[in-house]
Design a protein around this ligand. Structure first.
Ligand SMILES: [Mn+2]
Length: 457
């Protein structure tokens, strides 16, 4: 039996216990979660924990939960429902449409407390934007240490780094149980799993000009700084390097980036990383950041059930998920190659029109990666085709731009007023606008950016 370790202060802890008691009374619940990394982690924690308790939980992953979705759900006559990573803002609709069902909401977005039992950091004076994800909230309810690593993967997927507050408490606990091991290292993928040249040439977050996508250039670079790629017959990975070699590699990268007039700040190259020692060695699952990308790949390619299976630790799911991850990375590389040559300077912001070229599911990620290759002096706005004559809009900024007054969530919401829907975080936000309204939108967005710069927060 799992011990209910006390991790948080009074009221939140009480709410978690109530939620666990409600979940344990369920017999055949359906867990409904959002399709992004954090949603899948939360869904995986809940579904996996319930099944370990002997409860036959089913899982369903969806892209959104609005009034229409709730109405449809009411028709299905589900009697026991757990919502994860959404639902907090839909309390009233859930109350009226699903009045006959036993419902639990585990969310971390802005929400109101109501009659439906809800676990949400926002309701207890914590920040759901920065210090707890839906996966963190789900883990706080079930406290099953087999899934502790997913609480960290979910937080990283929702861009909550650096981990502070509740996230830091969960991390400390997860480190004690041996599920997670943190350290300060180069942040690219494949520290433990890839030969050095691939480690560099596959780097996409951040994107390394002159190295990403060019394995020959990476061999030459490593040779130039005197790092041996092989030990005997074996290709060395980053984690095989000595401390001194790691330092030489980092210095070499900084020089290289400077020579390519790249403006990647050092804290995007090096930072806190999270190894997951209980996951299969040498696979993307053994690193929290890679795990999060793998889950996003599953969700965005319409295979969330594979992501859930990986979270729960079902056999065979791992191989399939890695194939999805490879496809996802390939699409990102193609996207950034296109974006690099197609981004235009629109005065107040950079504009990437990727309609018909980059998928709406990854256009935001590509927009963020663009900061590896263009000046970081203004926000990036990108267009992709969406459904039914609509355009999916993604925008990204940098931390410095946010400090200077940029708030993309607010600016997008305002620019969309009357012609679409939009919103999100100050550093990353999205919107959907009808195709025939895009000129109107572009003008309004440019004006909004100009205004927020002149009135710093
Ligand atoms: Mn989330």
């Amino acid at each position: 039996m799992v011990m209910f370790l006390s991790m948080f202060e009074g009221k939140f802890e009480e709410r978690c216990k109530e939620a666990l008691a409600l979940a344990k009374r369920m017999r055949h619940p359906i867990v409904i979660n959002h399709y992004d990394c954090d949603g899948l982690c939360a869904g995986g924690i809940i579904t996996g924990s319930l099944r370990k308790l002997g409860i036959r939980a089913r899982n369903r992953t969806v892209r959104k939960l609005g009034e229409e979705e709730i109405r449809l759900l009411a028709k299905e006559n589900e009697k026991e429902i757990i919502f994860a990573d959404f639902g907090g803002a839909m309390g009233e609709a859930i109350e009226s449409e699903l009045a006959d069902s036993s419902v639990l909401i585990i969310d971390h977005h802005q929400a109101k407390d109501g009659k439906i039992l809800q676990v949400n950091p926002h309701l207890f004076g914590m920040s759901g934007d920065f210090e707890m994800s839906a996966a963190g909230a789900a883990y706080s309810v079930f406290r099953d240490d087999d899934f502790a690593h997913l609480a960290i993967v979910g937080a990283i997927g929702d861009m909550q780094e650096p981990l502070t507050g509740a996230n830091r408490k969960i991390l400390e606990h997860a480190e004690k149980t041996g599920a997670v091991k943190s350290g300060t290292e180069l942040r690219f993928f494949g520290r433990n799993s890839r030969p050095l040249a691939q480690f560099l040439s596959y780097a996409s977050e951040p994107y390394l000009p002159g190295l990403t996508g060019d394995t020959d250039a990476c061999h030459a670079f490593l040779k130039g700084i005197g790092i041996e790629e092989k030990k005997g017959e074996k290709w060395r990975s980053y984690s095989d390097l000595s401390k001194e070699e790691k330092r030489i590699l980092v210095d070499g990268l900084v020089d290289h980036l400077f020579a390519h007039s790249s403006r990647i700040p050092l804290d995007e190259l090096i930072g806190e990383v999270f190894d997951l020692p209980r996951q299969p060695v040498g696979t993307p699952l053994s690193d929290a950041k890679e795990f999060s990308t793998l889950l996003n790949a599953c969700g965005r390619q319409g295979k969330p059930e594979i992501g859930i299976a990986v979270c729960i630790g079902e056999e065979g799911a791992q191989e399939e998920s890695q194939a999805l991850l490879r496809k996802h990375r390939q699409a990102l590389r193609e996207g950034i190659a296109y974006a690099e040559n197609s981004t235009e300077d629109f005065g107040e912001f950079y504009f990437l029109d990727a309609r018909g070229v980059i998928d709406d599911g990854i256009v935001g990620v590509v927009a963020g990666m663009l900061y590896g290759v263009i000046r970081r002096d203004k926000p990036i706005l990108a267009f992709a085709l969406y459904e039914k004559g609509e355009i999916k809009i993604s925008s990204r900024a940098t931390k410095k731009l946010v400090r200077d007054g940029i708030n993309l969530g607010a600016t997008l919401a305002e620019a969309c007023a009357g012609i679409g829907v939009g919103g999100g975080h100050s550093i990353a936000a999205g919107a959907q606008v009808k195709e025939d309204k895009i000129n109107e939108f572009l003008l309004a967005f440019g004006e909004g950016v100009g205004k927020s710069k002149s009135e710093p927060a």
